[in-house]
Design a binder for this molecule. Structure first.
Ligand code: UTP
Length: 297
């Protein structure tokens, strides 16, 4: 069934402190993952799901993001003169990918605050949110399924990943009840980054959401939560608790490959995994990796 959701919001205004000093003058979403900035994978994912209108929430250093999705006449002319059509096509691809808009967050007061900045652009429609530092392998796309579940249930949809209990404190964690669909659960409660023992389940909320516009009023009234930030999880919790507001919250369980590029170790793992799978790099990288791994023993 064709999805009616036409807009995607990509928050990319965080300070990226875990990556300093690399993120001093550049958003972490611009860090290269093999040969593309992380955010390009995310825009490609939205486009592959049929969403071409993309709003980026940016902060300081927004220039790099804007330039990446814009044309670069000088570079295009040079590649054309050299007859390097393969690279020319790669350069043009990112500028033609989607209809990209930008809005500034001002102060990075939290993910919920960043999403609230999308209100004017989104209006009164459901919309998708994709975090710019959370990569879902294109072979395991989850967004199309989330859009489908949103259409069936007219509710807010989050993506859930089962994590080991010791990792729960890194995520928003949901309590869930089963539904008739094997991969869909009903979310009954949520807590952001629970302390050990406070954990409600093993279902962690990952960086893909399909939100109902009622979230904006809730975010607007929300007090700062964990870390003094306006937390998206706190607003989602209110939607989960009161199903009369906007149909409640459902989770689609994700069992595929996902790469967190906001953390240094996961970022390194992401690059190695993706490069090892690539046709143009994998054949040389895989034997080298094996040799290198042998030296570690
Ligand atoms: P993170 O908490 O992972 O981003 O937010 P961060 O704050 O930049 O990371 P560290 O901990 O300092 O390294 C998840 C997503 O939400 C965006 C981030 O850009 C990231 O894509 N975000 C976060 C905003 O857009 N605004 C904010 O105020 C906070």
């Amino acid at each position: 069934m064709a999805s009616q959701i036409t807009k995607a919001v990509i928050p990319a205004a965080g300070l990226g402190t875990r990556f300093l000093p690399a993120t001093k003058a550049m958003p972490k979403e611009m860090l290269p993952v093999v040969d593309k900035p992380a955010i390009q994978y995310v825009v490609e994912e939205a486009v592959a799901a049929g969403i071409h209108d993309v709003l980026m929430i940016t902060g300081r250093n927004k220039g790099a993001l804007e330039n990446h999705f814009d044309r670069v006449g000088e570079l295009e002319a040079t590649l054309e003169r050299k007859g390097d059509m393969v690279r020319l096509q790669k350069v043009n691809y990112s500028s033609e990918l989607a209809d990209v808009h930008y809005v500034r967050q001002g102060d990075p007061l939290g993910l919920g605050h960043a999403v609230l900045r999308a209100r004017m652009h989104v209006g009164n429609e459901p919309f998708a949110v994709l975090l710019g530092d959370d990569l879902i392998d294109e072979r395991d796309a989850i967004l199309p399924r989330m859009l489908e579940v949103e259409q069936q249930r007219g509710a807010t949809i989050v993506a859930l990943l089962e994590v080991e209990p010791e990792l729960a404190s890194l995520y928003g964690i949901a309590t869930v009840e089963p539904t008739d669909d094997e991969d869909v659960v009903c979310v009954t409660g949520m807590v952001e980054k629970p302390a050990p023992g406070e954990q409600l389940s093993n279902y962690a909320i990952i960086g893909r959401y399909v939100l109902q516009p009622e979230i904006f009023d809730i975010l607007d009234r929300l007090e700062p939560g964990k870390g003094g930030e306006i937390q998206l999880t706190d607003a989602l919790e209110k939607l989960a608790e009161d199903r009369s507001i906007a149909g409640g919250v459902y989770g689609v369980v994700f069992r595929g490959r996902r790469y967190d590029t906001g953390d240094r170790l996961s970022y390194i793992k992401a690059i190695v995994q993706l490069a090892a799978d690539r046709d143009d790099l994998g054949n040389e990288l895989r034997p080298w990796l094996k040799e290198f791994a042998a030296t570690l023993e």
